[in-house]
Design a binder for this molecule. Structure first.
Ligand code: C2E
Ligand code: CA
Ligand code: CA
Length: 573
């Protein structure tokens, strides 16, 4: 379909054009071949919408529009071949004009990923192109329409003018689509854009002929119209690859370049006005187009100023954290991890503390900076030192340390972790490194190697905040992970809507042979429910808040052997 359909349609269109160019006045060519080369591709667009479930509604909208548009042509050209004239403006124009909103629905649905990402800027680029092309088109048609040698009524002038203007709207959106999609997905958008260009040119001839009084239902310039359904049919049957993440950066740049071309054209038109005395409406449209471009530039400027302010704030914050680290102002607190079945303390998660702000307020900036490497080393060192102390006091506990996504890109991370374990005499099995789901699914060879080396050293990898990211089960399953931590948002809501998520996570973890930890356990009913679900480890305020090292040691002493009872006793007493 991908090769045969375009070849056949282009061959048919080419043959029709050659027959028209050879001056054949036979109704077989001017009427029937015209209708055939219009209706057949439309049938393929309809077939695309009916036969393929993927993007059915997207192409369905265009199919509806094209069927109505073709019905208009069949009505008028068919009637003309029998010598009957169809009034225009009239019902036939309703059929033709219905195509525009339908095609716009398709265009917007196809461009939805970009519209969501860069909606405002893209819209302004499209408006710029729309206004400038409309100014060029009106510069071509308005002089004839105003001279009105065809003696059109005011209403007829309006209807005939509506076509090229609506074409400009369609073409501007398609051009932005083609510019943003680039070469990879360009065929679909490129075809749609080419089709709309044919519409614009065809309608300029149509309207000027009407204004000059030379209009006829069937004219040579009508030969341009079938290019639109042919392009639409080929586009409809081509695959449209999903935009890649890396493409996001180019989205704005490419669309902006297309708008820049429009700006140059608009400026040229305004300069030409000095000599050609263009219609006032065209000059206004070109000026409005330039205004839209100025507004777009203003938006881009504000965006980049805001980004540079944010980067500056981030740098200052990172500097403050670096100073705090050097000055010994950072601390580690420990939050117990409790075995749900036995109530015994299994270990603790090390959580960073700074008196000035919460970890999730300063860590994102640090994680984007190079400070994350020494900071992670410091956390590891402190956490393992604490674990060594607990173990020296006779508590066989493990410790969990959070890693940032960036840490997985460090080749020497396994060596540094192993050195820290040796330094403190803690066995590798007592250390768990928590990575987020997003870090886990990031497709990176270095991360794969780092995780494999940590696993080979006997260190457990845990997937933190499980359920909040977009991890693929296939990828998670092939990772060397030993633990899943279901996100606290699900556990906090376990008595309402989130029970199935927690229950499924427990089953999934056990089916994969993994340990499952529930964080955010704030009360006894939640703890009991987790026990009933078969969850392995619990963490949360119900058991204990994160504690300073000395408090944790005291809690440990009081909690042995059953922390749940001890936590209850601590609260009541
Ligand atoms: P996380 O890894 O999901 O850590 C658990 C968070 O849940 C901690 O917040 C903890 O205080 C909180 N929490 C524990 N039990 C409960 C509970 O029952 N209810 C509720 N509502 N919350 C509970 P915290 O300490 O503010 O840490 C926030 C995040 O900062 C952590 O989320 C982790 O992503 C990050 N973080 C903390 N320490 C480090 C670190 O040393 N290195 C790195 N890279 N990230 C860290
Ligand atoms: Ca964590
Ligand atoms: Ca978590």
């Amino acid at each position: 379909m991908r090769v045969i359909l375009p070849s056949l349609l282009l061959l048919a269109l080419g043959s029709y054009w050659i027959a028209m160019a050879s001056g054949s006045g036979s109704p077989l060519v001017t009427h029937w071949a015209y209708l055939a080369i219009t209706a057949v591709p439309v049938a393929f667009v309809v077939a695309r919408a009916v036969r393929c479930r993927e993007q059915r509604l997207v192409w369905g909208a265009l199919a509806v529009g094209l069927v109505l548009w073709t019905a208009g042509s069949v009505w008028q050209v068919g009637a003309d071949s029998f010598g009957v004239s169809v009034a225009s403006p009239g019902a036939v124009d309703v059929l033709w004009l219905s195509m525009y909103p339908c095609a716009l629905v398709t265009f917007f649905a196809l461009g939805r990923p970009w519209v969501q990402r860069a909606g405002g800027a893209l819209a302004l680029d499209a408006v710029t192109i729309m206004l400038v092309t409309a100014s060029i088109v009106t510069a071509l048609i308005l002089p004839q329409l105003l001279a009105n040698s065809g003696e059109l009524t005011g209403f007829s002038q309006l209807v005939f003018c509506a076509y090229p203007v609506a074409d400009c709207v369609l073409m501007a959106v398609a051009l932005i689509g083609a510019a943003v999609a680039g070469r990879r997905a360009g065929a679909v958008w490129g075809l749609l854009a080419a089709g709309t260009v044919a519409l614009v040119v065809g309608d300029i001839f149509w309207t000027t002929a009407a204004a000059n009084g030379t209009w006829a239902p069937v004219m040579g310039s009508n030969a341009l119209y079938p290019a639109w359904p042919v392009a639409a049919a080929i586009a409809a049957w081509r695959p449209l690859p999903a935009p890649r993440r890396a493409q996001a950066t180019f989205t704005g740049v490419r669309a902006n370049s297309a708008a820049l071309v429009a700006v140059i054209a608009g400026l040229a038109l305004l300069v030409l006005n000095e000599w050609l005395s263009l219609p006032a409406a065209s000059v206004c449209l070109a000026a409005l187009g330039l205004l839209a471009a100025v507004h777009r530039t203003g938006l881009a400027l504000t965006g980049s100023v805001r980004a540079s302010f944010a980067a500056h704030r981030d740098r200052e914050l990172v500097d403050d954290v670096r100073e705090a680290l050097d000055a010994g102002e950072l601390e580690l607190h420990f939050q117990p991890l409790v075995d749900v079945r036995t109530g015994a303390v299994h270990g603790a998660e090390a959580l960073l503390r700074w008196a000035r702000m919460r970890p999730d307020e300063f860590l994102p900036a640090v994680e984007r900076s190079e400070l994350i490497t020494p900071l992670t080393d410091w956390v590891l060192d402190r956490a393992l030192a604490a674990a060594a102390c607990w173990r020296a006091d006779g508590h066989d506990l493990g410790v969990s340390v959070n890693l940032a996504t960036a840490n997985l890109g460090e080749f020497d991370l396994p060596a540094r972790v192993i050195a820290a374990l040796r330094r403190h005499g803690v066995p590798a099995a007592a250390l768990t490194l928590e990575i987020t789901e997003t870090a886990a699914v990031e497709d990176s060879r270095v991360a794969d190697e780092v995780l494999a080396a940590l696993d080979a050293a006997g260190i457990a990898i845990s997937i933190d905040d499980f359920g909040t990211g977009h991890s693929s089960l296939v990828r998670i399953a092939r990772f060397p992970i030993r633990e899943i931590k279901v996100d606290r948002s699900f556990v906090l809501d376990i008595h309402n809507a989130k029970l199935p998520i927690v229950a499924t996570s427990v089953e999934l973890a056990h089916a994969l042979g993994l340990r499952i930890v529930a964080e955010g356990v704030e009360d006894e009913p939640t703890f009991a429910l987790l026990r009933a679900l078969g969850c392995d480890i619990a963490q949360g305020y119900h058991l204990s808040r994160p504690l300073a090292p000395a408090d944790f040691a005291a809690w440990l002493q009081a909690a042995s052997p059953a922390p749940v009872r001890a936590a209850e006793a601590a609260r009541t007493g």
